[in-house]
Design a protein around this ligand. Structure first.
Ligand code: ZN
Length: 310
């Protein structure tokens, strides 16, 4: 039996997994992400942690097929990062450096793309080859898998689903500087934006409070039958469902996997996305499935392992 490491680098912690080549996760642990001094310690810390795990398990580099890693930045096919928002890295040859530090073949990908690969490998998308994952968190992330391969793009910025333009009359700015991006309406913060706007003009009674409302409050109220919350959920689902119908025309997926903190609302969420999707979809895209993600925070290490094993 051969092994690999799957590594998911985040802004505060690095999640790490030791996998068998058949995809079984043997062990997982976390180390701190030391972002000071332009993140110079991050890769050496990861390499050291891998070395310690190998000696703990009586394994050597010859037992490994390699290491896969997801990082929160666009990553080129050559494993190069040009800039990161929260690791301190500027231009960095991540693949080359990690290979030099570990002696293992390294494969690097964008974290959201790698999480999508993870869900295909051992999660909600297992058995499918053409998958789109949408992660509804603070922002909206995404990953597009075509024939079991991540759609990386020229600059490593493929599948930035959150920045599809879905509104031409949005006065506020998205984090990317543009106006009307999907994540302004479909992320946790986007749902709060929709809720505050709705609550400012509705005269219906509702349990929602404009000063404190969260995405979770909205879906809890939906489950309790709150009419205003249901209208907010419909608006959220319309933005997302229509965006996904446009993506489906381009990529023709078998399955949409919906993950991230907002997806903790559960199955109720899927209906609000699927209905507007079906209203807008191209006829050939009607059999696509909508499911909730299954791997949670482990999707990244599973996907990284799959990168190493492919
Ligand atoms: Zn944007």
């Amino acid at each position: 039996m051969k092994y690999c490491f799957g590594v998911d680098v985040g802004g505060t912690t690095v999640k790490m997994g030791l996998f068998q080549e058949d995809g079984v996760l043997l062990d997982k642990w976390e180390i701190k992400t030391r972002t000071e001094n332009e993140g110079v310690a991050i890769l050496p810390d990861i390499a050291k942690s891998m070395e310690e795990k190998m000696s703990e398990k009586n394994l050597t580099t010859s037992d490994f097929v390699g290491v896969g890693m997801g990082v929160p930045a666009p990553v080129t096919k050559e494993g190069i990062v040009y800039a990161t928002a929260n690791l301190g890295w500027g231009y960095k040859e991540v693949k080359r450096e990690l290979e030099e530090l570990t002696g293992l073949e390294a494969h690097i990908g964008n974290d959201a793309n790698v999480a999508a690969l993870g869900e295909m490998f051992q999660g909600a998308g297992k058995g499918y080859k053409n998958l789109i994952m949408v992660t509804l968190g603070t922002g909206v992330g995404g990953g597009i898998i075509i024939d079991e391969k991540i759609l990386v793009g020229t600059h490593g910025a493929g599948a930035e689903i959150g920045h599809i333009c879905v509104s031409n009359d949005e006065p506020e700015h998205c984090g990317c500087g543009r106006h009307g991006c999907l994540e302004m309406y479909a992320s946790a913060t986007g749902i709060v934006r929709l809720a505050k706007r709705k609550l400012a003009k509705t005269e219906e009674t509702t349990v929602l409070n404009a000063d404190t409302v969260s995405a979770k409050d909205v879906f809890d109220a939906v489950k309790a039958g709150d009419k205003v919350a249901i209208e907010i959920a419909e608006e959220f689902g319309t933005y997302l469902g229509h965006a996904l119908s446009n993506l489906a025309v381009v990529t023709d997926p078998e399955i949409f996997v919906i993950g991230g903190g907002v997806s903790k609302a559960g199955e109720v969420l899927l209906g609000y996305i699927e209905k507007p999707y079906k209203e807008k979809m191209f006829f050939a895209n009607q059999l696509v499935k909508f499911v909730l993600a299954e791997l949670g925070n482990d999707a990244g290490i599973y996907g990284a392992a799959k990168l190493a094993l492919s």
